[in-house]
Design a protein around this ligand. Structure first.
Ligand SMILES: *[C@@H]1O[C@H](CO)[C@@H](O)[C@H](O)[C@H]1NC(C)=O
Ligand SMILES: *[C@@H]1O[C@H](CO)[C@@H](O)[C@H](O)[C@H]1NC(C)=O
Ligand SMILES: *[C@@H]1O[C@H](CO)[C@@H](O)[C@H](O)[C@H]1NC(C)=O
Ligand SMILES: *[C@@H]1O[C@H](CO)[C@@H](O)[C@H](O)[C@H]1NC(C)=O
Ligand SMILES: *[C@@H]1O[C@H](CO)[C@@H](O)[C@H](O)[C@H]1NC(C)=O
Ligand SMILES: *[C@@H]1O[C@H](CO)[C@@H](O)[C@H](O)[C@H]1NC(C)=O
Length: 535
């Protein structure tokens, strides 16, 4: 009964429901052989895989059995009209220790490979993440035959220091050290095995769930046929290896067409002076030869190689996305942009401490989630219109910054990276068309080289050192949305802000009302949510 009251407002009753109850606890894990308190979900690390189909409703009741506040966010899930469920600091009160919160999420009009992760503090460095798939509805054609099996690979860097120690380093104003190693599905070298039958084809959905480094992914002796990137069906090109930046996800098909034996699956760090690597095992079911010798080397060429590869990833215009019509029927290149937003990252020392900023503004959280402050008209929590639409070159300063955006505008966003490290930018609630990226300083003349025909749309884009990446984005989702670095220490120390997509209409067509079970905290304590969420 309670569940149905809760659901009545913000889900579509015609689409199926999936119910999950998750218990988040600490538990002993040994990813690199050193015992640590990992964040487990229902005793598992990585957490349970979420399998869903376009438009389904996911009802996920998360019980927080940690000794501190906790939130989960859903990387790439668009939460249409529903930033209330986004699970980041700016939209949700943390689930208190010993408390619970039921997320009510509809995976509306989406397909693809994503992951969820704990969004507060440095929790992500302790696990708490898992895969999230949105399959096409049965009536929508998928541009490749069903694979013999569908495997998730969550790869990323790992620290032997626990999340509270890592947070303490950042709080004291220092940078994180270099990671201690990489893990694949929470395990170190050769501790995870994927079994394949000779002659069959498999789908691997790979996400970089790390907090500090880009990775390169490859499978010894096998080609990777790229088929999907964050919900876009790509032109099916083959690669020997693929670079995957922080927070990014993609799918490849791999055919077990080699002699029967075991092969290395490798993830290694990219663009780092010291290269860390880890391996898992691709085991042919009829194999009698185990892995031996050194794993295959990654690419030795650096940025130009990676940039070329990124540009080669294109959309299959005739394939279907979440809807039956071909992906090419949305002519993003013909839409006139209404505004250009240029966002430059920077690092600086403020009050003696390491900080990171966007257009000179280094984000600091306030005492109340921004979405709640906005809804309850609590003033003085955030400032609208402080963060400039272009870099100013001025010194960095601390601010709880929110950028205003007009609902239904179509914007060009240029991410500019004057620094020496790779940036990885994510936008919640939207996906965007990556129209261009190149080295050097962006100028309006760079638009002449944009791909206005068949680039992919995704939710996380890399920006190479001393380079830029430009995206086109339909601002079509009312709410409060986090724009952040996926490099977690940079995010934590200020390289993020919120985009407030506003509609004066105040109608459920544009945005769902506050959920009846919304947790209240900070200056929102004691405010009343509407007594019913019914129609
Ligand atoms: C979560 O797990 C802990 C440890 O096993 C247990 O004490 C607690 O009762 C569980 N909570 C729920 C809501 O299942
Ligand atoms: C992290 O390690 C420190 C000691 O280095 C310890 O005091 C702290 O309790 C640990 N935190 C967790 C969450 O395990
Ligand atoms: C906590 O879980 C109970 C069911 O066990 C549910 O009725 C309640 O709505 C949940 N709380 C929130 C805030 O979602
Ligand atoms: C594009 O998709 C179509 C059909 O949906 C498929 O037949 C074709 O092989 C795909 N082309 C490439 C190059 O991936
Ligand atoms: C917030 O202010 C707006 C505009 O004055 C008003 O329409 C709305 O009802 C207020 N919201 C709450 C929750 O009081
Ligand atoms: C993440 O940020 C840190 C601090 O600036 C930097 O050392 C590291 O190289 C960055 N990671 C990537 C992938 O560039």
């Amino acid at each position: 009964m309670l569940v149905f009251l809760l659901l009545s407002c913000c889900t579509n009753g015609e689409d199926p429901y999936r119910f999950y109850t998750w218990n988040v606890t600490y538990g002993d894990i040994y990813p690199l052989g050193v015992k640590q308190q990992g964040i487990l979900i229902n005793g598992q690390f990585p957490g349970p895989l979420i399998e869903s189909v376009t438009n389904e409703n996911l009802i996920i009741n998360v019980f927080n059995s940690l000794d501190q506040p906790f939130l989960i966010s859903w990387n790439g899930v668009q939460q249409r009209r529903n930033s209330w469920q986004d699970g980041v600091y700016g939209t949700n009160c943390p689930i208190p220790s010993g408390g619970n919160f039921t997320y009510t999420i509809q995976v509306k009009d989406q397909i693809g490979s994503y992951f969820y992760f704990p969004s507060l503090d440095l929790h992500k460095a302790a696990g708490g993440y898992g895969g999230l798939r949105i399959h096409s509805r049965s009536i929508i054609p998928v541009p490749f035959p069903p694979p013999a099996a569908d495997y998730t690979i969550l790869a990323g860097d790992w620290y032997n220091k626990n999340h509270t120690d890592l947070k303490a380093i950042l709080d004291s104003g220092r940078e994180l050290p270099f990671p201690d190693g990489l893990v694949i599905n929470g395990r170190g070298a050769n501790r995870y095995t994927f079994t394949v039958d000779q002659g069959k084809t498999y789908r691997f959905r790979i996400s970089n769930v790390g907090i500090a480094t880009s990775i390169n992914f490859r499978i010894q002796g096998h080609k990777l046929l790229l088929v999907e990137v964050e919900g876009t069906h790509t032109l099916q090109n083959t690669y020997d290896s693929l670079d995957i930046h922080l927070g990014q996800s993609l799918s490849v098909l791999v055919t077990a067409d080699q002699p029967a034996r075991d092969y290395y699956i490798v993830a290694s760090t990219r663009f780092t002076s010291q290269v860390l690597a880890t391996t898992a095992v691709l085991h042919y079911s009829n194999s009698e030869v185990s892995i031996s010798g050194p794993p295959p080397e990654g690419p030795t060429t650096q940025i130009d190689w990676s940039l070329e590869q990124a540009r080669s990833i294109r959309k299959n215009l005739t394939a279907s996305g979440p809807r039956p019509n071909p992906q090419g029927t949305y002519h993003y290149g013909l839409i006139k942009t209404t505004r250009t937003i240029r966002l430059a990252s920077s690092a600086s020392i403020i009050n003696g401490k390491q900080r990171y900023a966007v257009n000179s503004v280094s984000f600091i959280p306030a005492d109340t989630p921004l979405k709640l402050a906005d809804y309850f008209n609590i003033s003085g929590v955030f400032s609208l219109g402080i963060i400039p639409y272009a870099p100013t070159g001025g010194g960095a300063y601390l601010q709880t910054s929110v950028m205003a955006a007009d609902h239904r505008s179509f914007v060009e966003i240029v991410f500019e990276n004057p620094e020496d490290t790779v940036q990885s930018w994510h936008i919640d609630g939207h996906s965007f068309f990556v129209v261009g990226m190149d080295r050097g300083q962006w100028t309006p003349a760079c638009r002449l080289a944009y791909n206005l025909r068949d680039t992919i749309s995704r939710c996380t884009v890399q920006v190479y050192p001393k380079s830029w990446s430009a995206v086109y984005m339909a601002v079509d989702n009312v709410g409060m949305w986090n724009i952040r670095s996926e490099n977690w220490s940079r995010q934590y120390l200020g390289q993020q802000f919120y985009l407030r997509v506003f509609s004066a209409a105040n109608s459920w067509r544009d945005e769902y009302p506050i959920p009846r079970n919304a947790l209240l905290c900070g200056r929102a304590i004691g405010r009343r949510t509407p007594p019913t969420g019914s129609h």
